[in-house]
Ligand binder design. Structure first.
Ligand code: F6R
Length: 242
């Protein structure tokens, strides 16, 4: 595991941007695994700015997102599909047909089966991850098995609380209690993985990811067995490390 320590969120985003830009330049038909939440926002801003000023093209890129809330459709401002359109896809030259976010409405079992098949058919070259304060990656909460694939998951109260602080206008009752998430096995199947973590509330999870034992209690620790993981952390997220 490669660990890059930086001073702050902007520097962390810039380091991740270097990896993503290099991926797209060297392999224009890359398949990217993407994340939502507060962490990737700056990286996506940098990708948009780079596309607009330098013409970096996403015309041949395909994307697969980690997760989606159950019950929210793409028109809902809190859905991850809306987040991706608004924060990235609407501002670059990607073909929307090539962007994929699990669907949290309609026939959930079919949506999940279809997503797993699409992931099999489209192996991810570069996967972006954030990390939950409880050690989740995607919405794979503590207790998730290493061989899990895309499935319907129940969100832990800590995740619901974390997400209400930043989204849903602070209203915990508005956060869906279930989501569809790519599983750990889907994430580990990516050729290369970049995880960004910033802030004090990520320090314990980062300590377990880097210094702890591999265990489903901290699903991010399963990344230890992947051959090409880069963890980019700011000072606060690194503060509990030895
Ligand atoms: C989002 C996702 C989650 C987040 C994690 C951290 O697609 O899969 O694992 O990366 O909850 O969220 P933020 O970045 O808001 O701290």
């Amino acid at each position: 595991m490669k660990i890059i320590k930086v001073d702050n969120y902007n520097e962390a985003s810039a380091k991740a941007f270097e990896v993503f830009k290099n991926q797209i330049i060297t392999q224009p038909e890359s398949i990217l695994g993407l994340a939502t939440g507060s962490t990737p926002r700056k990286l996506y801003e940098m990708m948009i700015e780079d596309h607009q000023t330098n013409g970096t093209s996403y015309k041949q890129v395909k994307t697969f997102n980690l997760d989606e809330y159950v019950g929210l459709d793409g028109a809902d401002e809190q859905s991850y599909e809306y987040f991706m359109n608004h924060n990235l896809f609407d501002h670059i030259d990607i073909d929307k047909q090539n962007t994929h976010v699990p669907s949290g409405i309609g026939d959930i079992a079919k949506n999940i089966a279809d997503y797993n098949q699409m992931l099999k058919d489209n192996p991810i070259d570069l996967q972006l991850l954030g990390i939950g304060s409880n050690g989740h990656i995607g919405f794979n909460e503590p207790g998730t098995a290493k061989d899990s694939v895309t499935s319907l998951v129940d969100l832990k109260q800590s995740t619901i609380d974390d997400n209400a602080r930043l989204f849903f206008g602070g209203d915990v009752t508005k956060v869906p209690t279930q989501a569809i998430s790519m599983g750990i096995a889907n994430i580990l199947a990516a050729k290369k993985i970049v995880l960004i973590a910033c802030g004090q509330n990520k320090a314990d999870a980062i300590k377990t990811l880097i210094e702890g034992k591999e265990s489903s209690e901290c699903p991010a620790s399963f990344l230890q067995s992947h051959p090409d993981v880069t963890v980019i952390i700011d000072k606060e997220a690194a503060s509990a490390l030895k």
